[in-house]
Design a protein around this ligand. Structure first.
Ligand SMILES: [Zn+2]
Length: 443
């Protein structure tokens, strides 16, 4: 509802300084008052009845598949799914068709998305073996980072030259974000296990992408970071060995893990097979525990989803042909709230990992915490509600691929409403108005 002001009464406000019961006023897209609303405030009233009002989640790692891979998802469908899970900002990866590896393609992608995204967005740039000159010209106010694939995954953006990466670590004006696995170790594992399928090897994908590939690569990157002034961000950390290495990380390094690695481990492969095939691979239960410890200690600052949709048919090919990646959007906040319950962490934990930490690391301009003057990106969340994840193929899925590894589960908590730039965009399962997402700006 464009241009409407809102007065949200009796909500549990999750603020940077702590939780507080009170009211909040959204006017002209921004927070006009927090805690107590002045008598002169005008707007539609919404009675929160004790539900949480928290800042919208910032997902710094998504694959919305546009351009070129839109049979799997596009910015309209996937941003809608993100919104339904309580996300209000995403940073999209460059491994599309064509990949976002030139300034002209980056600009064209942005133009194509404007007006069609339900959430705010920023677009990563992709490194190749020979585009350092274009990378040096990137605008740090608009580009969140350069994605560097040290090992092959979806798309063809492998940068397996140490000399090229060392050069980027000197010249990039923006953060370098890494897929950290060592290609040589993966190729050796592939040679050993090629031709096998899940029937023969129940944890096949772990064999094909062993933990040593991650650990060797991350050890090398941490060494390089000590000689670089450029900030490094290590995506989807999966191993206890990397968490240990990251305890000694230099100050210009930050790291992420993802809900899929916090929820499942390689022991779940016999049940899910290709549905949980993603890169890096799921590791052991010990690794999964270490990721939770790393998050709690702050060694892993950020949670990103790595939302990477593929169609049901693509995932039901034999192992070798099935693409890697798992859809994570549609149910994110109830998912996090549910798995957090078992580890004794509450909403403020996830708000730190998916709002405050990204806003701080990327220096988002006027976005992040709920505070006066900032853009009103917010979620009304009922912790006593439930969210039912429908079966594969159901029209009630929000993603284009219409399946989720969570299918059939009843998650705790319910996203009741989401505001993006002050616009009510989601209300109890329905999308309202038109897509209100804008490109984000970095300070
Ligand atoms: Zn990814």
């Amino acid at each position: 509802m464009a241009g409407v002001s809102w007065i949200l009464r009796n909500v549990r406000l999750l603020l940077a300084e702590g939780e507080q019961e009170g009211d909040a006023w959204i006017d002209k897209g921004r927070w006009a008052a927090i805690g107590r609303v002045p008598d002169r405030a005008r707007g539609l009233n919404l009675e929160g009845k004790g539900a949480y009002l928290l800042p919208g989640l910032i997902d710094t790692h998504v694959h919305f598949r546009e351009p070129g891979l839109t049979h799997k998802g596009n910015f309209y469908t996937e941003s809608r799914a993100a919104l339904a899970g309580g996300v209000t900002t995403v940073f999209d990866m460059p491994n599309t068709l064509p990949p976002t590896t030139t300034l002209a393609r980056w600009e064209a992608k942005k133009q194509q998305i404007l007006g069609r995204s339900w959430v705010n967005f920023a677009l990563y740039f992709g490194a190749t073996l020979d585009n350092a000159a274009e990378i040096a010209r990137l605008d740090p106010k608009q580009v969140p980072g350069v994605k560097v694939f040290l090992a092959s995954s979806t798309g063809d953006l492998l940068v397996d030259s140490e000399a090229v990466i060392e050069h980027l670590a000197r010249v990039s004006p923006v953060r370098l974000v890494f897929h950290s696995e060592r290609q040589a170790i993966i190729e050796a594992a592939a040679a050993q296990w090629r031709g096998k399928d899940w029937e023969e090897v129940p944890d096949l994908h772990l064999r094909r992408r062993p933990p040593e590939a991650c650990i060797a690569s991350t050890r090398w990157l941490l060494g390089l970071a000590t000689q670089s002034a450029v900030p490094f961000h290590l995506l989807h950390i999966t191993t206890a060995g990397e968490v240990e290495l990251l305890r000694q990380r230099p100050p210009n390094v930050s790291a992420e893990t993802c809900p899929v690695y916090l929820t499942w481990s390689a022991g779940d492969f016999p049940h899910y097979r290709n549905l949980l095939k993603c890169n890096p691979a799921l590791k052991s239960e010990g690794d999964r525990r270490a990721l939770w410890e790393g998050l709690r200690e702050g060694v892993l600052e950020v949670v990103g989803t790595d939302h990477a949709p593929h169609t049901w048919a693509e995932k039901h090919q034999p192992y070798e042909a099935a693409p890697a990646g798992v859809p994570a959007h549609g149910y994110l906040l109830p998912w996090l709230w549910t798995i957090g319950g078992a580890w004794g962490v509450g909403l403020n934990f996830w708000v730190e990992k998916m709002v405050y930490a990204p806003a701080r690391l990327w220096r988002l301009q006027a976005r992040g915490p709920i505070q006066e003057g900032y853009w009103a990106d917010a979620v009304l969340f009922n912790p006593m509600g439930q969210t039912q994840v429908p079966p594969a193929g159901s029209p009630y899925h929000y993603t284009r691929c219409a399946w989720s590894p969570l299918e059939g589960r009843t998650l705790a908590g319910e996203v009741q409403a989401v505001w993006v730039n002050g616009e009510l965009s989601f209300w109890r399962g329905y999308f309202c108005g038109s897509p209100a997402g804008q490109p984000v700006v970095f300070a």
